[in-house]
Design a protein around this ligand. Structure first.
Ligand code: UDX
Length: 420
């Protein structure tokens, strides 16, 4: 927002995060973000505070960008952070404003929060609510924000729509599609988008299961499907399936909300999308066990990648870490490499061994698993890695390694769903 020319005050309840941000330091890795943060802080366009009272007197537009994780032990979303932010902000408001939700929420939440905002705002203050879902991908967050594929605005009046159009004027001038709609449609667009993406990934992973059984090749199959413009080639990479803080918890929250609305049957397929996805993690463990000789007891297993995908240090619901932990639970010694995510991985799975040196991780390994497709793994030299392992066996769970080169260097190499 500061980069788009606005004066911005960022608020968080975590004072350590806020003081680091004031120094231009983020608590996470995101390509391009460090530079844009330093420049926005340096220009004075972006300031930080732990006080919502500061925000209340400062802004005419407030964005709520907090998380909506899965409820512990249930499918639904935990809305306490969104509700907490609104409840803390509303009574402190001193000027008319638009409060805009960015978080992914079950349909119906915005209408409820809209009534709550009107009730909690001080008398005489006009505070309205809009919903403007976030579609950014980790690893491309800066790009997806400054050059969004589309903007969605759920609004209740033409006046609020005009406020959002003004906020995003620079993107609109550049031709970004802008969809103005009501609150429930805006909320549902985000749920539908993530459900579609998850379904696309699970579809190709279902095909990978069939390919494995039939001796066919899912990579070639996906390539051929992708040439059909009605299907499109993106999000058809089969292998270990999806993870991260969004797709899994969003499809579960959607199932829970559809059930409350009496339309559970309409999204029942998402249950299978989820099951196909977690099945791929079990499949990776099965293939690794088979390659390790039928049991992990006393085996050394090297894991390449801990982040839920490349170009991030996020390990939330990471397929790689979940496979690593399952193999460790079966008695192997598991060593994990990642170029960015080791600190977060260590906190999430303290029982695993970690190193930022691929050779060390692979030392004496009985089997190597490539689980997160960082570019650096494609450039590994199979011959020199062969020198350090105990048995040259590798599984490419992301279908991107040049396995022919590995085989030529004496490795037994298997892909997931592909016959390479
Ligand atoms: C996702 C949505 O893409 C984004 O629009 C939304 O705002 C948040 O959720 P993100 O979680 O950052 O973004 O990652 P994404 O790039 O969608 O990948 C999700 C997972 O799917 C990763 O684990 C990735 O490895 C996996 N994936 C992706 C596949 O397994 N195959 C694919 O073809 C694509």
């Amino acid at each position: 927002m500061a980069d788009l020319g606005h004066d911005v005050l960022g608020v968080d309840t975590d004072s350590r995060k806020i003081s680091a941000l004031r120094d231009g330091q983020a608590s996470f890795y995101e390509p391009g973000f460090a530079q844009i943060l330093v420049s926005a802080v340096g220009s004075g366009k972006l300031r930080f505070s732990t006080s919502l009272a500061d925000a209340a007197s400062f802004a005419e537009v407030h964005f709520i960008c907090v998380g909506t994780p899965q409820l512990p032990g249930a499918l639904g979303a935990d809305l306490s952070q969104v509700e907490g932010a609104l409840d803390a902000l509303a009574p402190s408001l001193t000027r008319d404003c638009l409060v805009v939700g960015k978080s992914t929420v079950p349909v119906g939440t915005a209408a409820r929060l809209s009534a709550r905002l009107a009730e909690l705002a001080p008398p005489g203050i006009s505070a309205r609510l809009a919903w403007n879902p976030e579609f950014l991908r980790e690893g491309f967050a800066v790009e997806d924000t400054l050059r969004a594929a589309r903007l969605v605005a759920g609004v209740t009046s033409a006046e609020d729509d005009a406020v959002l159009r003004a906020v995003y004027a620079q993107l609109l001038d550049a031709g970004t599609p802008y969809i103005s709609t009501d609150l429930p449609t805006a909320e549902l667009i985000k749920m539908a988008a993530n459900s579609f993406l998850a379904t696309k990934i699970s579809f190709i992973n279902a095909m990978a299961n069939v390919c494995e059984a039939a001796g066919a090749d899912v990579v070639t199959l996906a390539k051929a499907l992708g040439h059909d413009p009605r299907i499109g080639g993106r999000f058809l990479s089969a292998g270990l399936g999806f993870g991260g803080g969004c797709l899994g918890k969003d499809i579960r929250a959607f199932i829970a909300r559809a059930s409350e609305l009496g339309v559970a049957d309409s999204v029942r397929f998402l249950q299978q999308v989820d099951e196909i996805n977690t099945g791929r993690r079990r499949r990776a463990v099965d293939i690794a066990r088979e390659m390790a000789g039928g049991s992990f007891a006393g085996r050394n297993v090297a894991i390449l990648g801990a982040a839920f995908k490349p170009e991030t240090d996020d390990v939330r619901d990471s397929p790689a870490l979940s496979v690593a932990a399952a193999i460790r639970a079966e008695g192997a010694t598991v060593r994990v490499h990642d170029q960015r995510a080791i600190e977060n991985a260590r906190q999430a799975c303290p029982d695993l061994d970690y190193s930022d040196d691929v050779l060390k991780v692979c030392e004496n390994a009985d089997v190597v698993l490539h689980l997160t497709e960082w570019q650096q793994y494609r450039e590994l030299d199979p011959a020199s890695l062969r020198e350090v392992v105990r048995s040259p066996r590798i599984i490419d769970a992301r279908n991107v390694l040049p396995l022919g080169r590995w085989q030529a260097a004496g490795w037994t190499a298997r892909a997931m769903g592909a016959t390479r």
